[in-house]
Design a protein around this ligand. Structure first.
Ligand code: ASP
Ligand code: MG
Length: 405
């Protein structure tokens, strides 16, 4: 088998952990597999590097940002390759550039353009274990780029696709994907198998196990993904293209507290206004969600939406500039909100499920602020201080909690 194994920051936190992982990789190789490894920076190294940079310049040039943050992964690959060679394996560390990972030139959130298989394929043919730095690539002009926080998962999936690997294994500090985050819901059910679509909804709406772009890429190229614990054997979650023929079923819930609600108040109810508001957001690539327009009787509309907290400042800057042009009376925002989403293929087709979601939220006295949905997801904004109660009520309603036995 050809296996791409990706190890996240916590699984390579210390030299001891790196040595343990090296043993596992080594035995997978001994079983006759062709193994390619992708690693993240050790522990919190990336955060440390960003802080360091901000100490000398709070508004660094994105090129310099990539130059410094990409070094975290370079430390990990050299350590892991060295640990493997101590075990008698022929391992070789590769930067993103050396591995043939081409991106566009958007620093700090570069998009993959092409991944060349040649170099790694040759190393595999020579019986070697390539150890590739996750999260980084090279722009057309030869600059180091990074793929955005959490981007190593995406590197792993891209390599798995390029090498036509049998599986892409993502090793992390949990033994797979759960039906809810244990910080909100005690004892959530473990998910053994989930579809790409469901996993994408989870990743896009708060679940942190996998980088959203990695699952999107895996779906596009049908790369089988498995999430496992780096140091413990046992449970795992497989993410694949299951086409459920069954009744719609709520598989999981996810929570996102890192969002802000923004309301552009009382804009004229006439063609072109919404387009104008969102034109600038689009050119700044702001990640909008839950767009709602509500009508007043006097020919005015309120246009509301949510943005990720990290995009909030930029959003307000954009809105300040266009406020007069769209004749908005006021721009209002609210940070004391959180989003709860339920996820499952085709759940929107079931009015029963929609009703149960709303009634679970009502049962703890929480007010629903905004609602949005897709075919496989229903999301509600609720007050932040109620989110735990809401999560527990919803989890119970849809049987997402392990029964005590
Ligand atoms: N080290 C990078 C980060 O912390 C990439 C990754 O871990 O996937 O965001
Ligand atoms: Mg990570």
């Amino acid at each position: 088998m050809i296996i791409v194994k990706k190890y996240g920051g916590t699984s390579v936190e210390t030299p001891e952990k790196i040595l343990k992982i090296a043993e596992k990789i080594s035995s997978s190789k001994d079983e006759g597999n062709e193994v390619v490894v992708v690693v993240s920076a050790m522990g919190k190294t990336t955060n440390y590097l960003i802080d360091l940079l901000h100490k000398v310049n709070p508004y660094p040039n994105p090129r310099e940002y990539d130059m410094i943050v990409s070094t975290g992964e370079q430390i990990s690959i050299a350590l892991l390759a060295s640990a493997l060679s101590k075990l008698g394996k022929r391992a070789i560390s590769l930067t993103g550039f050396q591995a043939g990972i081409d991106t566009d030139s958007t620093h700090a959130r570069a998009k993959l353009k092409r991944v060349y298989r040649g170099k790694i394929r040759t190393l595999l043919d020579e019986g070697k274990i390539p150890v590739v730095a996750g999260f980084q690539g090279m722009s057309p002009s030869g600059e180091i780029t990074t793929l955005g926080r959490g981007g190593s998962d995406t590197t792993a999936v891209a390599l798995a696709y390029a090498l036509d690997a049998d599986v892409c294994e993502i090793y992390t500090d949990v033994d797979g994907v759960y039906a809810a985050d244990p910080r909100y819901v005690e004892n959530p059910k473990h998910i053994d198998k989930i579809s790409y679509d469901e996993m994408i909804e989870m990743a896009a709406h708060g679940a942190k196990v996998l980088h959203l772009r990695s699952v999107e890429l895996a779906r596009r190229y049908k790369v089988p993904l498995v999430v496992k614990h780096a140091h413990r054997d046992g449970k795992e979650t497989r993410i694949e293209g299951i086409n459920s023929m069954e009744e719609p079923l709520v598989r999981a819930l996810s929570i996102d507290e890192n969002i802000v609600k923004v309301v552009v108040e009382r804009v004229p109810d006439k063609p072109g206004i919404a387009a104008k508001i969102f034109e600038k957001m689009a050119s700044n690539q702001l990640a909008l969600d839950m767009i709602v327009q509500s009508m007043h009787k006097d020919g005015k509309n309120d246009v509301a939406f949510t943005v990720p907290s990290q995009d909030f400042q930029e959003t307000m800057n954009v809105l300040d500039k266009i406020k007069a042009e769209v004749e908005a009376q006021n721009i209002h925002f609210d940070e004391n909100i959180a989003k709860i989403s339920i996820i499952g293929v085709n759940i929107l087709g079931s009015s029963e499920i929609i009703y149960e979601m709303f009634s679970a939220i009502a049962s703890v006295g929480a007010n629903i602020d905004m609602i949005s949905s897709s075919n496989s997801r229903i999301s509600c904004l609720v007050p932040k201080n109620k989110i735990k109660e809401v999560a527990q009520a919803v989890a119970k309603k849809f049987d997402l909690v392990e029964n005590a036995s």
